[in-house]
Ligand binder design. Structure first.
Ligand code: MD3
Ligand code: FE
Length: 218
């Protein structure tokens, strides 16, 4: 995206770094092609059911470890029972480049073992939450493709104020480490029709997060 108003890289909170326009359009299109494959097999993308009985409006498929509210497993027990596909080496390498870009330091020891791929249609949103099923405080990498959204980055104490709203545009990178790793965050709004066709998506928004679960097989 070329912006009239520049969007410099910015540290939103300690170790929470937003790097606008990090993915090239080629990389975005390649990720969209791969996400379409991951969304069909061996585990179908689905809207996860919450313990309340409500379904999430966001649809998710996972690599490495399957996440359902609120635990990880190797098989998708709420989505056909298939064994999840591994995180490919090229995606681990992309994660290392992402952490290195955000923190301006080599990240060769960063080895995410899970990826969550979220798809938002024009009405989907994600409430304020913490990600704390992981047994590691390693950084989370977030890649956005498609329609622009408002991303709300909060604090570690409660799901309300203070928080900072950031626009995430197709190609943007966000990395959350250190004291920001367990902050509340959410996506209150997606703006339909804001993505360029060149990103590979016609409508909606994809978010890919790379995580270190710290889990081991039994
Ligand atoms: C900060 N996804 O999958 S990405 C999620 O855009 C999730 O789909 C949102 O929240 C999305 O759990 C936000 C940014 C993000 C992801 C994980 C984090 C921020 C985070 C984990 C810890 C702290
Ligand atoms: Fe999250």
């Amino acid at each position: 995206m070329s912006a009239l108003i520049p969007r410099p890289a910015r540290e939103i909170a300690p170790c929470a770094v937003h790097v606008p326009d990090w993915l090239t359009l080629d990389e975005q299109r390649h990720l969209v092609v791969e996400c379409r494959r991951w969304a069909t097999a061996p585990v179908p993308m689905r809207a996860a059911q919450l313990p309340t009985g409500h379904r999430m409006s966001v649809q998710t498929v996972c690599l490495g470890w399957h996440w359902k509210p609120y635990s990880y497993s190797r098989t998708a027990d709420d989505a056909g029972g298939g064994r999840v596909a591994p995180v490919p080496d090229w995606l681990v390498a992309l994660g290392r480049r992402a952490v290195a870009a955000a923190f301006r330091a080599p990240a060769d020891d960063y080895t995410p073992d899970a990826a969550l791929i979220n798809f938002y249609d024009e009405t989907a949103k994600m409430g304020m939450h913490q990600d704390k099923e992981e047994r590691s405080d390693a950084a989370v990498v977030s890649l956005s493709i498609g329609d622009t959204c408002t991303f709300r980055f909060g604090n570690t104490f409660n799901r309300g104020k203070p928080y900072t709203d950031v626009e995430l545009v197709s190609g943007d990178l966000f990395v959350f480490g250190g004291p920001s790793r367990f902050a509340y965050h959410g996506v209150p709004k997606v703006f339909p029709g804001t993505c360029s066709v060149d990103c590979g998506l016609k409508s909606g928004r994809l978010n890919i997060t790379l995580r270190v679960t710290g889990l081991a097989d039994a």
